[in-house]
Design a protein around this ligand. Structure first.
Ligand code: ADP
Length: 161
């Protein structure tokens, strides 16, 4: 059986921390689907289409990695994709509390779907999309926190701010 994992998130935008998790996931599973959550209630900096494009460009060197988006329940999307696993990255204890809640509810809704957690690489333990956006908004250099195409896209977004 092909081992398929879904790596879900907002990815607004994708950071090197995310990319590290995706790369390691791609070594562990036959196929990884990076799934961008389209949340009507949130106001992201990048549209779903932009986020998908940025991830596609940043993962173009990785075989067996696909990029998609979804709305609604993650478990429904995972089942529809014929995946068996959800991959999530863990940074600090603060992530743990939230991730445990989400994993528990997902286990309740879809008992056959397993959640895998991967510890962040030490280099990226402090990297988050929100920190990156905050820094980029004030024109700080984020070149070592995000893929090159994302750094460029951030510069374009905040050019006139
Ligand atoms: P969400 O809004 O679902 O938390 P994010 O895009 O912020 O989506 O994150 C997606 C996943 O990537 C989450 O599991 C998150 O913990 C993980 N992640 C985010 N940043 C890092 C990082 N620097 N290192 C490892 N994992 C990370």
């Amino acid at each position: 059986m092909e081992k398929i994992a879904v790596c879900p998130g907002s990815f607004d935008p994708i950071t090197l921390g995310h990319l590290d998790i995706i790369e390691r996931g791609a070594k562990t599973f036959d196929r990884v689907i990076v799934a961008v959550l389209h949340n009507q209630k949130k106001e992201p900096l990048f549209t779903v289409e932009e986020r998908v494009r940025l991830i596609k460009e940043a993962t173009s060197h990785l075989e067996h990695v696909e990029v998609d988006w979804f709305g609604g329940l993650l478990i429904d999307y995972v089942k529809k994709s014929n995946a068996q696993t959800i991959i999530r990255g863990l940074r600090a204890v603060t992530d743990f509390e939230y991730e445990m809640q989400v994993a528990s509810i997902n286990k309740k809704i879809g008992p056959e779907i397993e959640t895998f957690f991967m510890m962040t690489d030490n280099h990226y333990s402090y990297v988050s999309s929100s920190i990156v956006k905050e820094a980029a908004r004030y024109h700080a250099n984020v070149d070592d926190l995000v893929p090159a195409n994302v750094a460029k896209a951030l510069k374009a977004k905040f050019k006139s701010v």
